[in-house]
Design a protein around this ligand. Structure first.
Ligand code: AMP
Length: 481
């Protein structure tokens, strides 16, 4: 298993690129952290031997009582990074449960991720006598209200449902000792920030706060400065690291031939599990219908599916009964399934960072995988943005019926109005110019990856350009998916 240790404190006075000083983190064993024996036993049962870099950096800091702000994507082991030291502290300071209250509050943006976080707490804490509960939307509130009546140690929740429970007096937040905000940037994208501010206002000032985010746009940095006290900054898995572990391919197709190409790809490749991304929920259903017609068992997971359906589909994917799962970005976020051999982008995302998140699903916990992207004419500009971000020219196979026409002038006309910046980029190609690099990137010199790739690119380039569009995009999807 190969992990990439990077860490370093940030100083506010430094410019973003200089902030993160990389230092070698000596990989330790879990025993070195002096975690409670019952937790160590559970970790041995989980077959965790070596802490991941985010765990090596975060666990001792949290155990020392400090707030932490962590830049880490899913797949880096960040759940255990916060769950283990919290469990240790709960075990070290046992307390009688207080009615309608919790000692640990974890907020995550999606129902799936919340469920997975709770499962992790339960797995690592299986030899401790702790009470835990889940508060997510899409299921009845009655059971959640009852499970909170006598109080719990750990509550994992999505923001909307948590506020509903607080407003209906089923839960008080004044006994929270540990507050974890996970995937903070996704919370922002999904419009949860106001809910989070309302929740934070109800928390006691005396608490330990941990915040994790894959990227650090300004709004998240501002939120952190309101929520955290003198936090330790930790950062791992730069964009380039995840990308490096994935074999990437592009297939140029005519827009109408995507489904046939996908079927071809799935039949030719040796697939353990394939996660296929579409832009819309409707698109996901359509792809599933097409695959099933072609004799490939597939299921869709997205916001229009009930909680029960999603759990059934995820269970089937996990167990391998269904090896092809078609998902929208928001539903796929937080799906914690190891052994995904292939990620297929049926549609390329218009936000380049989303591409990195997607292909990272196949390179979890040090594994390697294959990412295949189908690129129609109107998506060429998105592809250029992606290649610019990851600084790799992805190998391309041309399967268009008329590939003679050059990439500089996409053969198939856009079928829908393209994204504004994509249109601008295409205009530049028509004029025969490669799109100019953003002046902020030029100023920063050659960006060779590293931690600051995540923080810097995201903070200073992409979000400004895409922010409005992304807000609209997420606004079209239901919250707490
Ligand atoms: P996360 O980033 O928390 O979603 O974790 C990604 C995956 O890595 C999960 O399947 C975890 O079970 C696994 N994992 C986390 N920490 C370790 C570790 N120290 N050793 C092996 N696997 C781990």
């Amino acid at each position: 298993m190969s992990f990439y240790p990077h860490s370093g404190p940030w100083r506010k006075t430094q410019r973003p690129r200089e902030r993160v000083q990389q230092k070698e983190t000596k990989l330790t064993t879990f025993q070195d952290f002096k975690l409670n024996d019952a937790i160590l036993r559970a970790l041995a049962e989980e077959k965790y031997t070596t802490p991941t870099p985010i765990q090596a950096q975060t666990i001792p800091t949290v155990m020392s009582g400090r707030d932490v702000i962590g830049i880490a994507q899913t797949g880096t082991g960040k759940t255990a990074a916060f769950a283990l030291p919290i469990l240790h502290q709960l075990a070290a300071n046992p307390r009688q449960s207080v009615r309608k209250s919790c000692r640990v509050l974890v907020l995550s943006p999606t129902r799936e991720l919340s469920g997975q976080i709770l499962d992790s707490f339960r797995a690592y804490g299986r030899h401790l006598r702790l009470r835990s509960a889940l508060a997510i939307g899409g299921v009845s509130m009655g059971k959640q209200v009852r499970s909170l009546l006598n109080g719990v140690d750990i509550l994992v929740a999505t923001p909307g449902r948590l506020l509903d429970l607080v407003v209906s007096n089923a839960l008080r937040l004044n006994d929270v000792e540990f507050f974890v905000l996970d995937e903070a940037d996704r919370m922002l994208d999904m419009g949860f920030i106001r809910d989070i501010l309302k929740i934070v206002a109800k928390l006691p000032a005396q608490r330990q706060t941990l915040m994790f985010s894959a990227t650090m746009p300004r709004a998240i940095a501002d939120l952190a400065s309101q929520m955290l006290r003198n936090p330790e900054h930790v950062a791992v898995t730069p964009v380039a690291t995840t990308v490096d572990k994935v074999e990437q391919r592009i297939i140029r197709v005519d827009g109408g031939a995507k489904l046939a190409t996908l079927i071809d790809v799935l039949k030719q490749e040796t697939i353990d599990r394939a996660l296929i991304f579409t832009r819309t929920k409707h698109g996901a259903d359509k792809v599933v219908r097409g695959l099933v017609r072609a004799g490939i068992a597939a299921e869709a997971i997205h916001g229009n599916k009930s909680q029960g359906q999603r759990e059934r589909v995820l269970g089937a994917f996990r167990s391998g009964t269904v090896r092809t799962l078609v998902a929208t970005d928001i539903a796929a976020r937080g799906i914690d399934v190891d052994g995904i051999s292939h990620v297929v982008n049926f549609d390329l995302p218009n936000v380049p960072e989303t591409y990195v998140h997607r292909i990272g699903r196949t390179a979890r916990a040090g594994a390697e995988g294959i990412a295949i992207s189908l690129c129609g004419g109107e998506e060429v500009a998105f592809l250029r943005d992606i290649e610019k971000l990851i600084r790799i020219s992805i190998p391309l196979t041309d399967r268009r019926s008329n590939p003679g026409k050059s990439e500089a002038m996409p053969a198939d006309r856009p079928t829908s109005r393209p994204h504004a910046h994509a249109k601008d980029t295409r205009r530049q190609w028509r004029r025969g110019n490669r799109p100019k690099r953003d002046h902020r990137q030029q100023k920063s010199g050659e960006n060779t990856g590293g931690i600051d790739t995540v923080a810097f690119l995201k903070d200073h380039t992409a979000p400004r350009r895409d922010h409005g569009k992304r807000q609209q995009h997420w606004a079209g999807q239901s919250k707490g998916q």
